[in-house]
Design a protein around this ligand. Structure first.
Ligand SMILES: *Cc1c(COP(=O)(O)O)cnc(C)c1O
Ligand code: SF4
Length: 454
């Protein structure tokens, strides 16, 4: 393991400094944006969350390439990211210095039109115990419960494409969060089928080591949780704030906590979100990965394929290769979900499949642990397996990696060929096919995105 002393001093800060919408204009100028574009970008930042820290600004973004730089595009609002007819009125309010209250009201109306909670996540997956809804928990697939600790519902920086964006804007009714780890413990206790708890956000690694320990330790210490095998933490901190594991005041306590999980006989997995190979290029990022792995934790990597950020096979191949070299395990390549500014970032399913395949072919088997491109849709996680040709007809081949109905997992099925389809609800059963598994296997109770219902 490398030592702290080998780090470049610039990349080893202890405390992050944040930029928010109030300091956005100066950064937009630095990227070379003209006045009207800056105004539109600020209007977008009134609708969607904006936050970035000095590590991302100073160590990850290539300012000479901005505004086209992929990391710049990953975190900065783009002037044309949302439909102009929605954003222009907000830009006008900003231009004439309208009161914040007015800007906020206009922004709230735009947000409501952006499908803030995709895949029915607020209605469908919230579990109950003894007749009480457990807000801040989700249980969709039998083995895995998601836990959203209230203090982990922000991030070190916000991705422009985030599908959890509704968590970060000041509208409490759009938020899922738990203040009570007892709910989680009682729920897992009552559900012997649960083998995994996934602590997620936001980014739970924004929490102090002490706060994180309050979520994790009860899962280790409580009797009757022998069926719990893995604790996962979904995080982008290895990219956006690797100091969290190196020089941050809570770094060592966090690593000791990870060691305690491993010592309890359970697996601790960081589900690390990476969007671009540059996130793995700093000494600090590499050092953070090595320190986490030295605790016995596993790091599995995942991220969505995003137009103008990483929609090329070279980026994915480079990411997977670097990840494998550092001892991480590539896990999922996702398709951008149907929420927020998805029209701006979306990549057609078959194009995502081409990107995935070209990258997959160019890495060794150690990198081919990755699955994708995967849609996390209402019925489950669906992977696109490419184009299947029978006679003169082409079809899109699909498979469930996870499903509300576990019996459907890993069974191949076909959809009508459509190179423009970008999401699950763009897909249709093959013409003439008898309604069958899986197209007819979820009924009207599963929401509006049912292919046969259209
Ligand atoms: C992806 C996901 C999981 C975990 O699925 P794995 O395939 O086990 O990684 C659990 N719950 C929800 C709601 C998910 O979207
Ligand atoms: S790190 Fe994850 S939760 Fe946070 S903004 Fe990015 S995509 Fe959203």
């Amino acid at each position: 393991m490398t030592t702290r002393e080998t780090l470049r001093p610039i990349s080893a800060p202890a405390i992050p400094r944040f930029y928010n919408a109030a300091s956005l204009d100066g950064l937009l100028r630095r990227a070379g944006l003209a006045g009207p574009d800056r105004l539109m970008a600020r209007a977008v930042a009134a609708v969607l969350p904006f936050r970035v820290n000095d590590y991302v600004v100073d160590a990850l973004i290539d300012w000479d390439a901005a505004p086209d730089d992929p990391i710049y595009r990953l975190v900065f609002p783009q002037p044309d990211m949302l439909p102009a007819e929605q954003v222009a009125p907000i830009a006008q309010l900003l231009a004439r210095g309208a009161p914040t209250r007015e800007v906020q009201a206009a922004a709230a109306a735009v947000r409501a039109a952006l499908n803030p909670h995709p895949a029915g996540q607020r209605e469908l997956n919230v579990p109950e115990l003894a007749g009480t809804r457990l807000d801040g928990l989700q249980h969709k697939y039998p083995e895995t419960v998601l836990y959203f600790p209230a203090h982990g519902q922000t991030c070190h920086a916000y991705c422009t494409y985030c599908f959890r964006w509704a968590q970060f804007v000041q509208e409490p009714h759009l938020r899922m969060a738990s203040r009570n780890v007892d709910d989680l413990v009682r729920y897992v206790h009552a559900h012997p089928e649960v083998t995994d708890v996934l602590i997620t956000g936001g980014d739970p690694m924004v929490m102090s080591a002490e706060m994180l320990a309050r979520c994790v330790l009860p899962l280790l210490d409580e009797p009757g949780l022998g069926h719990l095998q893995s604790i996962r933490i979904g995080t982008k901190s290895l990219s956006y704030w690797p100091a969290r594991f190196v020089t941050d005041p809570g770094a060592d306590d966090t690593l000791r906590l990870f060691e305690r999980v491993v010592a309890s006989g359970r697996s601790l997995a960081l589900m690390a979100h990476y969007s671009h190979p540059r996130e793995l290029e700093t000494d600090l990022a590499e050092h953070a990965v090595r320190r986490v792995l030295a605790t016995g934790a596993v790091i599995r990597t995942q991220g969505p394929v995003i137009r103008s950020v990483n929609d090329d096979a070279g980026s994915w191949a480079a990411m997977w290769q670097r990840q494998v070299r550092l001892g991480m395990v590539p896990y999922y390549m996702f398709v951008e979900r149907d929420t927020g500014p998805r029209g701006y970032f979306e990549v057609a399913l078959l194009r995502a499949y081409e990107i995935f395949s070209a990258a997959y072919r160019s890495v060794s088997g150690l990198g081919r642990t990755v699955r994708g491109p995967v849609m996390s849709a209402t019925p489950g996680k669906v992977v696109v397996d490419g184009v299947h040709t029978v006679g003169a007809e082409k079809y899109i081949a699909l498979r469930f990696l996870q499903c509300r109905d576990p019996g459907l997992v890993n069974r191949p099925f076909l959809a009508r060929y459509d190179p423009r389809a970008c999401w699950w609800d763009d897909l249709r059963p093959p013409v003439g096919a008898a309604p069958g598994v899986p197209w007819s296997s979820w009924g009207a109770d599963h929401g509006p995105d049912i292919p046969l219902a259209r």
